[in-house]
Design a protein around this ligand. Structure first.
Ligand code: PLP
Length: 428
């Protein structure tokens, strides 16, 4: 059945549409932290869709809200007043930490970042953007153009002029051997150097923890140090929270808060988990920045009632059940367990992360050389163990990515860690 579907898939969809596994999976349904394939095999989902299933698969509260909303109206456009959109915007504005915040809803993270770039370049009257090396910001013309992960950037002739800053990757590059304080000092000096010439860029865009780049996390405070420099030069800070938002990192609701000593970002973008799989993206900015655009504009599907209903029900569940706290507790145990398990496995360079956003870097044993083949082999072996995980994208496919729904239980964390241990040992 899968072979037949795969043949049809290949005949009609682009060759570059990424597919996991030599024998790709067809997922037919899910419940809680589990999904099932077309052959009836059950898997523990340690990738949460692709960080989209934030609370749980088929969460009854979200299903009910969506079906009730579908029974009333799916979409009437934002040309008319839209109660679920206003309610979700109020929640997101209040949660963002940005003063006098305005929210604009899109349908994806890419479109959210595109909008953020449009705001920043218009507000600052500059088409120059600072972005981080190894970053990923989406697949539109301008989002690919600022993406630092070399797996994407050469494919684009961007309308923006992008300068790449050191600091996103802690384990590779010229500053890899420095301790945290020296690493921050070196990255800040690099930023100051970039800013020393000509007109200042419009903004620095950065993922607080790089997602596609392999869940690589800079030392806490890096962006606070950057912020001080940026403010001095009149450059905006855009935090791309598409992967790091909504409590995933456990200690904080947003990734930027680990760097928040100098206040919140000027612009925050989000997507992925808020709709529990429904396509919601968005931008938050203080009103002065958001309202620098004077065109009378809508996004046809941004803010549509059906997705807003899902977002509200999902966010309510997340807060009422303290899933951020769960991510901190269960994620903390899982990171500890994975470190213990992998200490004797030479292909594992490090287990890193925060909350339920955990990266495992694989190297050729005895070296620091990236090992993407091992990551692919572990993905396949984990699947045979009934566990779905992810890996980094573009030029960093040697990192495994673990990002289960935030309702993961301790028993499921242990079950997944055991399965991953068997998978890692099987490829040695
Ligand atoms: N920004 C980050 C940090 C992402 O990880 C992604 C997608 O993986 C995007 C933006 C693009 O989001 P989307 O795929 O919803 O367009």
């Amino acid at each position: 059945m899968t072979d037949e579907l795969l043949g049809r898939h290949k005949a009609v969809l682009p060759d570059w549409l990424a597919l996991y596994y030599a024998d790709p999976l067809e997922i037919t349904h899910g419940e809680g932290r589990h999904v099932w394939d077309a052959a009836g095999e059950k898997y523990l989902d340690f990738f949460g869709g692709i960080l989209t299933t934030m609370t749980a698969h088929a969460l009854p509260e979200v299903t009910k809200a969506v079906s009730e909303q579908a029974g009333r109206i799916v979409h009437s456009s934002t040309l008319y007043l839209n109660r679920p959109m206003v309610e979700l915007a109020e929640r997101v504005a209040q949660m963002s930490g940005i003063p006098d915040a305005r929210v604009f809803f899109t349908t994806s993270g890419t479109e959210a970042n595109d909008t953020a770039l449009m705001l920043a370049t218009t507000y600052r009257r500059s088409n120059q953007i600072l972005a981080m090396r190894n970053s990923y910001h989406g697949r539109s013309f301008s989002a690919v153009g600022i993406t630092g992960n070399k797996g994407w950037s050469p494919t684009s002739l961007s309308p923006l002029q992008t300068l790449y800053v050191h600091g996103g990757v802690r384990t590779r590059g010229p500053y890899a051997d420095l301790d945290d304080a020296d690493f921050i000092t070196a990255c800040v000096a690099d930023l100051e150097d970039l800013l020393g010439h000509g007109r200042p860029p419009a903004a620095l865009i950065a993922e607080p923890i790089q997602g596609v780049g392999g869940f690589t996390s800079p030392p806490d405070g890096l962006y606070a140090a950057f912020r001080e420099v940026l403010q001095r030069h009149g450059v905006l800070w855009i935090a791309d929270e598409v992967q790091t938002g909504w409590g995933r990192t456990g200690d904080n609701f947003w990734g930027w808060q680990a760097h928040g000593q100098n206040g919140p970002p000027d612009i925050l973008t989000f997507a992925k988990g808020i709709g529990n799989g429904m396509s919601i993206g968005g931008v938050v900015a203080r009103s002065e920045v958001m309202n620098c655009l004077d065109s009378n504009s809508i996004s046809t599907f941004g803010g549509t009632q059906i997705t807003m209903a899902a977002g509200l029900a999902n966010l309510n569940y997340l807060v009422e059940h303290d899933l951020q706290g769960n991510a901190r507790r269960v994620g903390g145990l899982l990171i500890e367990r994975l470190r213990a398990i992998t200490a004797q496995i030479p292909a594992v360079k490090e287990v890193r992360g925060r909350g339920l956003m955990i990266g495992i870097e694989l190297v050729k044993p005895g070296t620091d050389e990236a090992n993407p083949e091992a990551a692919s082999a572990v993905l396949e072996a984990a699947r045979r163990e009934g566990l779905l995980i992810g890996k980094g994208g573009g030029h960093n496919t040697s990192a495994l990515r673990i990002a289960p729904p935030l309702s993961l239980t301790v028993a499921e964390a242990e079950e997944g860690a055991d399965a991953l241990e068997r998978a890692l040992r099987s490829i040695q």
